[in-house]
Design a protein around this ligand. Sequence first.
Ligand code: IMP
Ligand code: MG
Length: 179
Amino acid sequence: MKVPALPVIDRVLFTEEEVQRRIREVAAEISSRYRDGNLKMIGVLKGSVFFLTALARELTIPVKIDFLSISPFSDHTRAPGVVRIAKDLDESIEGEDVLLVEDIVDTGFTARYLLQTLAGRGPNSIALCTMLDRPARRIVPLKIDFRCFEIPDRFVIGCGLDYKQLYRNLNFIAVLKPD
Ligand code: IMP
Ligand code: MG
């Protein structure tokens, strides 16, 4: 594994190989769950793009993909914000088996808002898949249907996760060094 010597990295939490292995396992679970379904993965821009595409490439079933984006949180680490849809889906989800794909479920506010909003649009089913789950900071109780890793209460970067819009392209997940 190549780990660039970035001063912002405290330690590597999951290597590229570990992430890839878990993505393959979760993709197998999803492929089996939706074998007879009408799967549409919905990614939340921009954080979940890397995870969603990695996951989709490992699926063995047909899948449609769409994206939405939510109103940006302030650029401060973990600053809370009001969630609303800034860019909506391109197509209807009526009758489809929607899988909301998130980079991380933290407080749970974003996922709950999106699940409720999408559920109101007549999908056949709706489920939540997240790369990372940080239960220590959960405020809103949520059912997570598919999850790669549970993480400790530290801010992380890589595999789509940013700090001030940087480091999304790291192929591993690392803990950000406190300043
Ligand atoms: P929520 O608190 O569950 O609503 O998550 C809000 C959003 O905050 C996530 O979708 C991420 O975009 C962002 N976020 C939360 N924790 C982290 C982190 O450790 N690193 C980078 N982004 C994070
Ligand atoms: Mg996000």
